[in-house]
Design a protein around this ligand. Structure first.
Ligand SMILES: O=c1ccn([C@@H]2O[C@H](COP(=O)(O)O)[C@@H](O)[C@H]2O)c(=O)[nH]1
Length: 239
């Protein structure tokens, strides 16, 4: 399983959100030397399938397969088995799928790949949801409470780590300690547009709050020079 990052550059995960495999491959080639991992998400996977992910992996950096699996345990276990040949370093499931589903994902990964398995990360509360949007889904108590509740559930069920916003990272560290891997999207360099992200902070704030890895998409891929944008973020973290 993937080890914690040892340098500012290694902390950086570039999200390659595009439906175009040629563009994803070009971004991957430019960004592999500048980042710890390259993230393949729903957009590329829905458009190009495992072949799209394989083109990103060909750039040489470990791949974070951010599929946010959320289904009955048997189906999630099958999906985990199906993506193992891509050898992802990280794979996401939704904590809201419940303890049995998270446990099924972990077991399928272990059985299929042994020590070489991907880290199973549980997404807590999407960073695009503010308190009002979360309340509208029927969840009372606000994002922090819900993140902490889902974090405990997922870790007890066998998740290796969590996906949360930078706003909850420190609270998770207080509650769960240093062991869980913490992957944090909703990160914006000072002055960058938040877009649809609701719970955001800067890269430096996210790392100070306890993030192991930070995920940035549009601030990197939307830049005129994505490699330079990634380098600037790593430099701000002390590279
Ligand atoms: O709660 C979550 C979980 C995953 N993501 C993913 O991270 C990137 C963020 O992209 P930006 O362009 O930097 O906003 C994207 O791929 C999401 O699917 C997230 O944002 N929030």
């Amino acid at each position: 399983m993937i080890a914690r990052p040892r340098s500012p550059r290694a902390r950086l995960i570039a999200a390659l959100d595009t439906a175009d495999a040629d563009r994803a491959a070009a971004l991957a080639a430019a960004l592999a030397p500048e980042c710890g991992l390259l993230k393949v998400g729903l957009e590329l996977f829905a458009a190009e399938g495992p072949a799209g992910a394989a083109r990103v992996a060909a750039a040489g950096a470990p791949v974070f397969l951010d599929l946010k699996l959320h289904d009955i345990p048997n189906t999630v276990a099958g999906a985990v088995r199906a993506v193992l040949p891509l050898r992802p370093a990280m794979l996401t499931v939704h904590a809201a799928g419940g303890a049995a589903m998270v446990a099924a994902a972990r077991e399928a990964a272990e059985r299929g790949a042994g020590a070489d398995r991907p880290a199973i990360l549980a997404v807590t509360v999407l960073t695009s949801l503010d308190a009002a949007a979360l309340a509208a889904t029927g969840v009372a108590g606000g994002p922090v409470q819900q993140v902490l509740r889902l974090a405990r559930l997922a870790l007890e069920a066998g998740a290796d780590g969590l996906v949360c916003s930078p706003r909850e990272a420190a609270r998770i560290r207080d509650a769960e300690g240093g062991a869980p891997l913490l992957v944090v999207p909703g990160v914006r360099p000072a002055g960058a547009a938040a877009g649809d992200q609701a719970r955001v902070a800067t890269p430096e704030e996210a790392v100070r709050a306890g993030a192991d890895w930070i995920v940035l998409g549009r601030p990197i891929t939307g830049a005129a020079d994505p490699a330079a944008a990634a380098r600037a973020i790593a430099e701000a973290l002390g590279a």
